[in-house]
Design a binder for this molecule. Sequence first.
Ligand code: ADP
Ligand code: MG
Length: 398
Amino acid sequence: ARHFSCVKVLTRRASLDSATSVFLFRRFSEELHTRPRERDTSERERSQSVTAFYYQSAIDQAAAKSPDKSHILRSAQYLSKELPVRIAHRIAGFRNLPFIVGCNPTILQVHELYIRAFHILSNFPVITNLQGEEKYSDTLRQLLDDHKDVVTMLAEGFAQVRKHITDENLIRTFLDRTLTSRLGIRMLAEHHLSLHDEKPNHVGVVNIAFSPRRLIEKKAQYAKSLCEGKYGNAPNVVLNGHLNATFPYIQPPLDYILTEILKNSFRATVETHSSNGYNMPEIVVTIANNDSDFVIRVSDRGGGLPQKLVQKAFEYNFTTAGAVREDHDGGLFDSFVASPQSTPTPGKMHGYGFGLPTARAYANYLGGSLTMETMEGIGTDVYLRLGHLDSKSESFRI
Ligand code: ADP
Ligand code: MG
């Protein structure tokens, strides 16, 4: 039976591949033709999304907003060219995975989702008017929903094939690229969709008056409720620093990053101080902001990590949470997670070892950094550093 299913997998892959390769090839040759100096895909995607945001930045958008909605039409036309190319690059990434990895049913399922999305988007009729744009937006909305579990699926799939892989770099490169590219695609799509809404303080996905404090409070409350659900107990979170700071920023990736950092601190604190009952050391979050950057530091007294594990903590699938299967008690909380790209382990405290590496990949993608200082036996500080969005300088380069 196993042999048979592998053969089936093989033929399925083969037929899908031949169907897409024509498109892929055409796309690639166009790409290479038009952009001879930017052949490295991640470099290209980076600069592409950067340009996208640069040109669609809050200020430009506000200025370009036209009462006849032609800015929405232009945005859709731009996406209809851009998205298939980006997705094609991701499909190429899946095809280059080692055979044993690409054959994993969960990973293959994600591969197929990308191929399907590629066909839907590249076969979409040319958008010439607002009716076409309306249909295009519906399609995007549907695809965003179809792909919402991709991070969890990849986390699960790679947890299963990990034991067959010796080349750590290969996995890291693939996942860094796939996850950040997905983030970029989703941000572009959501940005477009939100051009339709009149949300106060927002231009597309850019929140003009983003308040780190408000976001941290919200995420802390969410992580706390998860923690209480799992352990029956949770420490408090206190905030200090530049509590009143507000500036323009794109919130969705921060939702993810902060949730993951906070969940880790909650878990470490509760597991280290379980005998202290309700008298646990609080988690302290500091906001620091200047003209060019802002830093969010999350400090816990959760016992830290041995120095030799700090590197490992940033590897995909490294976890000290024990077998993944043991942690399948998240059912109750699954429904709490509404945000599409919220967490790779929806409603769960921990489990796949994807939190830190994904959060760091996102931070790097946004042009910032995520670092950790830990003291075994005492606690951990995680620093998230990000540059301000600024349409004048290049700091807004995503
Ligand atoms: P997961 O939470 O699923 O285990 P992460 O990538 O979020 O995966 O974290 C990887 C590992 O790093 C954790 O299992 C834990 O051992 C360690 N870690 C992360 N944050 C902390 C922290 N604040 N204190 C102590 N250990 C931590
Ligand atoms: Mg975690």
